[in-house]
Design a protein around this ligand. Sequence first.
Ligand SMILES: Nc1nc2c(ncn2[C@@H]2O[C@H](COP(=O)(O)OP(=O)(O)OP(=O)(O)O)[C@@H](O)[C@H]2O)c(=O)[nH]1
Ligand SMILES: [Mg+2]
Length: 300
Amino acid sequence: MENKGFRCGFVSIIGRSNVGKSTLMNRIVGMKIAITSPRVQTTRKRIRTVFTNEDGQVIFVDTPGVHRAKTKLGQYMDRAALESLEGVDVCLWVVEPKVKLTEDDREIADLLSKTAKKTIIVINKCDTVKKEELLPVTDAFSKLAPFEAIIPVSAINGDGVDILTREIIKNLPEGPALYDEDTVTDETVRSLSAEIIREKALKNLKEEVPHGIAVEIVSMKEEESITRIEADIICEKASHKPIIIGKGGGMLKRIGSQARYDIEKMLETHVALKLFVKVRDSWRDNENLMKSYGYDSGDL
Ligand SMILES: Nc1nc2c(ncn2[C@@H]2O[C@H](COP(=O)(O)OP(=O)(O)OP(=O)(O)O)[C@@H](O)[C@H]2O)c(=O)[nH]1
Ligand SMILES: [Mg+2]
C-alpha cells in the first residue's frame, strides 16, 4: 500500500467549543468515534482517530473546545487542548463562518502564532451561510494567524472535506504509516461506551445537569451472544439525581435505550445495559474523582 512519497503525521483539531471539531473528525475518518452535541463543552479529553488512504495517514487529535475554565475539570480540558499542539505536524483551527471574532478566537490565534505550527484554518458549517458571505469571513481570519490554507467545509454534509483531507496530507512529513490501515482509533471499547452514554445524557437532560455528569463503566462482560455492561452516571448534586432518573425511571430508561442502540451498532452484538445514578459532590473539582472517571492529568 505504501507508495513512495507516502506521508504520515499528527494533526491537532482545535477551536472554540461547539464549532464542530468532533463532527468534522468523525466525518473525515468516516465513523462516529467522538461524541457530539449542540451543547458547549461536549468533548472533555483528547481522542485520537486515524485516517488512511493511498497517499498518507493522518492521526487526528480531537480536543475540548478552548474556553475560560471555572473548575479543575475545565482547566484539565484547556490543558488537553493546548498541550495537544506539542508534537503535532499540522494544526486544524476550526471556526464558524462568522465575521465577528470572539475573545477566544483571538486567544487561539495568538497561541498558534507562538507555536509556529503549520496551520490550516477550517471554516465549518458553511451549509448555514450563502457563498458570498464566506469571503469576509476568510478575510477576517486570514489576518489573525499565519496559515497554509483556509478551507470552507461542512462537516454535516461533507462539502469540502475531500479538499481538506488532501491539503492536510500535503502538509505532513514523508514517512511510513504508524497504524495499520484498518485502525480508526486507539480508544478502548470501554471508554467509547462510556462516551456514548454521556452523549445520550447530554442529549436528553436539560441545562445545568449535563455539564456535571461523568460516566464510569463498572463492568463489561462479553458472553457468546451478548455483552453485559453496568455503568454509573455520576452527578455532582443530590438534586440532579431524581432529574436523571426521571418520572417512574423514564429518563434513565430513555438514556439507556438510546445508548444501548449505539453500543450494539459499535460492537455488532446484543447488549444488556444497566445504568445506575450516583452523586459525588463537586467531583469536577476533585482530582482523585476526576481521575477515576478518566480525566487524568498524568495522561496529558
Ligand atoms: N449546520 C451545521 N452544524 C454542524 C456542522 N458541524 C457540526 N455541527 C453541529 O454543531 C454542534 C457542535 O458539534 P461538535 O462536533 O460537538 O462541536 P465541538 O467543536 O466538538 O464541540 P466541543 O467538543 O464542545 O468543543 C452539533 O450540534 C453539530 O451537529 C456543520 O457543518 N453544519
Ligand atoms: Mg468536541
